[in-house]
Every structure is written in C-alpha cells, then in structure tokens.
Design a protein around this ligand. Sequence first.
Ligand code: ZN
Length: 141
Amino acid sequence: MIPGKTRDRVEEVVMKVEIVCPSCGAESLLLRKPEYEGLKKVGETLACASCGHTFASEEDVPYKEHAGVQVFTEEDRSQDVKVFEKDEKDRLCRYCANYVVNPFTQWCGRHKKEVEATDTCGAFERRKESGEGEENEASPL
Ligand SMILES: [Zn+2]
C-alpha cells in the first residue's frame, strides 16, 4: 500500500528530534529505530542518542520543546517585528537626503541611478526634517 509506505519514509526522515534526557541529563537527540519482526515493522525503539536510555513510549519522550524552553512568546515575536520594521524604515531611500523624486523617476543623487522609494542602501543619509532643511537644493524641476 503506497500511502503506508510514504508515511514510513517520512517517519524515518524525521529522526533528529531534540530531547532533554532524564537519564543522563543531556540535551540530546532522540534515536528512533524501527523494530522489525522479520520483514514486518512492529514498532519503534525510542532512545537517547547520548546514553542509550530507551523510552517506553512516545509519551515518555522528554521532547525539548515540551521541557519549558519556550523563550519566545507571541508577544516577543511581534515586538521583534516592530523593531525590524522601524530599522528598515529608517534606511529607506525615500527618507534619504540623496533621494530625489520627480514626475518621471525616483533618483538616487549619490549613486546616480534610479531607485525605488522602498529601496535601502549602505550609504543612507537621513534627510533633514522639513523646516530645518530649507538650504537643501531646490526641487529638480
Ligand atoms: Zn541520555
């Protein structure tokens, strides 16, 4: 039966599962060895890759994810995203002193090339806030 075969294969590929072994105390990998009776697979041996301690069943396996290593909560994650977005925004060409826009193109005055407002580059120079930047060269028109 083909679906069954496919499933067996997936199980064999997904072998590197991190555990925290209660026997040796190490952060280790779960060894998942199929047990055969003749040619028929009758089950699996679940063992610690570090000390060889075997677990009686799937429920006994101390998966690392379940062992309280959840450092990132949903809250942390969304904060990370906000910080990232801010950094990106701070370096966008549209906020750069070298960014020139006219009806035909968006132009980087430093690299002498067309840019997108959402581009970023290593030579970003913050444009002065309007009001204090009146000495800037006038509009290219
Ligand atoms: Zn162990």
